[in-house]
Design a protein around this ligand. Structure first.
Ligand code: C2E
Ligand code: CA
Ligand code: CA
Length: 562
């Protein structure tokens, strides 16, 4: 039968090798890559089925045809299980049928091979592309663009099949501090390790947080990681996120040479909390913000309370962005005005000085504090201060002797460069100028600040300590700074009556000030009662709406006499 079959196949143009035992077949097939093996089921030293079973050891990936005389269901099932391409019945089928079967099997084999090659090629290309396009270069985690893609895809699947997708946004607490104190390399490594923990690719002894492999973790922002949880409800996501938080909290970062770290997490789900990808991200971000505000190292899932807060935050964010733009505009166009509020003698109510107060003309800044705050957040305080001072002191030549001009100096401006600037700009007028600094200025860096202030004093400037009694008041700075003036914060004056604690405190301050030769200014006097109380306590100078609002340069109209 072997010889007959070989003849038929060779006659049809195939090249054929024939052997007569399983052992001999094995040896040949292991050595050379055949396209097709045809074997009888029963051979002298074993079964053709064993040969089929061993195909893993074949050199090539040959197709297999089994020859059998019994076409039972049993052997058909076996043939299928062993992925045998076809079987031939003994004695032979008509030659053309036999050849047709062989050719068909070979064609299928070719197709399979080429598809396999194609798939391998595609996979290699994909891996390459993936490494190029979807990975964050620094950390090797999936990048923002890829996470957005996955999220979009998962939301579409959610929509089609009716399940939820949860999103967790993860912030490494005080990440900036790690970067600042340990360097960016350390920061990147920390992100990599935390990201690895989230993705389940980092070794850890803690088994409580285990990802199923469906989740996609990656780097969503500079210090924000994201975990996309397909087919997960919000509550399910929250449970997993909380485990994730505690895993990171308990993780031994020191073992990897890293500072310890915690994470804050916000969780939201589609479609419960959001109807689009953008909304889902905003919801998770709102929850994350809450987690941070609640003190960090926390997990928050989105809720109706957060919805409101989230909206406010977005509005807040927009306002801040608008202010940043307005700061640029205003600084280049010098869109600031100055108004001057009289400071009067407590007894005679004669004007003895004016405080220069800034009025930004850009409507993005309803109050000067918005302007100052924006400059603070964008690190441009000194730059702004320089512009502002030039405008503030411009009308100095019109200021009648012996009136003084009080100028607000931001704590961040008390540097050497202020010394340089004032030397050229203001020096001829130094003895007419009082620089107002706030109390906490002094507490922060007293030695350096005092050195700068004393240089300013030696040049003729006088110093006022502003807002005494506001916030975390410490009378310490009074002694440390030795200012020429002390300005009592208006909060201390509100609702003051002669026996209140504020009144007693003011009395003590006045006593101390008198001994030290300091002049005390009471700020924010709005009513005649307030005026009378501080006057009777012995305040030297008064300032407030009762006398005059801040107005165009050096207005001389002062009310509140009597
Ligand atoms: P501040 O230095 O404590 O200035 C006093 C504030 O109290 C001013 O608010 C003034 O208009 C307000 N005021 C005066 N009298 C009364 C009163 O009787 N009742 C009430 N309720 N308020 C009174 P303004 O002008 O809105 O300035 C707010 C803050 O902005 C200032 O507080 C100061 O910290 C800052 N600022 C204003 N101009 C400048 C500036 O040119 N440079 C710097 N660095 N800060 C400035
Ligand atoms: Ca002031
Ligand atoms: Ca003040």
């Amino acid at each position: 039968m072997r010889l007959v079959l070989s003849d038929i196949l060779e006659g049809a143009g195939f090249s054929v090798e024939a052997v007569d035992t399983v052992a001999a077949a094995r040896a040949r097939i292991a050595a050379a890559a055949f396209d097709l093996v045809i074997s009888d089921k029963n051979l002298p030293d074993g079964s053709g089925l064993d040969l089929a079973r061993d195909r893993g050891a074949f050199a090539g990936d040959a197709e297999f045809i089994l020859m059998t005389s019994d076409a039972s269901v049993d052997s058909a099932v076996q043939a299928i299980q062993l992925d045998i391409a076809d079987y031939l019945l003994k004695p032979f089928e008509p030659v053309d049928v036999l050849l047709a079967r062989v050719r068909k099997v070979l064609t299928v084999g070719d197709l399979k091979r080429s598809r396999r090659d194609l798939v391998r090629e595609l996979r290699e290309k994909n891996e390459y592309l993936e490494s190029m396009v979807v990975r964050d270069v620094l950390t090797g985690l999936f990048n923002h663009a890829y996470l957005q893609d996955v999220l979009e895809r998962e939301l579409r699947r959610s929509q089609r099949y009716g399940f939820s997708t949860a999103l967790a946004l993860i912030d490494i607490d005080h990440f900036k501090r790690v970067n600042d104190t340990h360097g960016h390399e350390m920061g990147d490594k920390l992100i990599r390790v935390v990201g690895g923990l989230l993705a389940g690719t980092c070794r850890t002894s803690d088994a409580s947080f285990r990802v199923s492999g469906q989740e996609v973790a990656g780097r969503f922002g500079p210090d924000v990681l994201a975990l996309i949880l397909p087919e997960t409800s919000k509550s399910g996501g929250a449970v997993l996120a909380e485990r994730m938080r505690s895993l990171v909290e308990g993780y031994d970062f020191a073992a990897e040479g890293l500072p310890s770290a915690t994470i804050s997490i916000g969780v939201a789900a589609f479609p419960e909390d959001a109807s689009s990808r953008v909304e889902l991200i905003a919801a998770a971000d709102g929850a994350l913000e809450m987690a941070k505000q609640a003190g960090r190292n926390r997990m928050f899932a989105f809720g109706p309370g957060i919805a409101a807060a989230g909206r406010e935050q977005r509005a807040q964010l927009e306002t801040e962005l608008a202010m940043l733009a307005a700061l640029d505009r205003s600084m280049s166009a010098r869109s600031f005005r100055y108004v001057y509020q009289p400071i009067v003698d407590a007894v005679s109510t004669e004007i003895v000085a004016y405080e220069a107060l800034c009025r930004p003309t850009d409507p993005a800044f309803p109050s000067p504090l918005d302007l100052i705050g924006t400059a603070e957040r964008s690190g441009r305080i000194s730059e702004l201060g320089k512009i502002l001072r030039e405008l503030a002191v411009a009308p100095l030549p019109q200021l009648e002797e012996p009136a003084l001009l009080f100028l607000n100096i931001h704590p961040l401006e008390l540097t050497e460069s202020l010394l340089d600037e004032t030397e050229s700009l203001v020096l001829p007028w130094a003895r007419r100028i009082v620089l107002e600094v706030t109390e906490n200025t002094a507490i922060k860096s007293s030695a350096r600040i005092r050195a700068i202030l004393s240089t300013l004093k030696s040049r003729g400037f006088r110093i006022a300590l502003d807002d005494l009694g506001a916030g975390y008041a410490s009378l310490n700075s009074l002694a440390l700074l030795e200012p020429d003036f002390v300005k009592l914060d208006m909060e201390m004056l509100r609702g003051i009556h002669s026996n209140s604690r504020s009144a007693r405190l003011i009395k003590h301050i006045l006593e101390f000030a008198r001994e030290e030769g300091m002049t005390v200014v009471a700020e924010g006097i709005e009513t005649a009662e307030e005026r009378d109380v501080v006057r009777s306590l012995g305040c030297h100078l008064l300032q407030g709406y009762l006398f005059s609002r801040p107005e165009a340069p050096f207005s001389r109209l002062v009310g509140g006499r009597s």
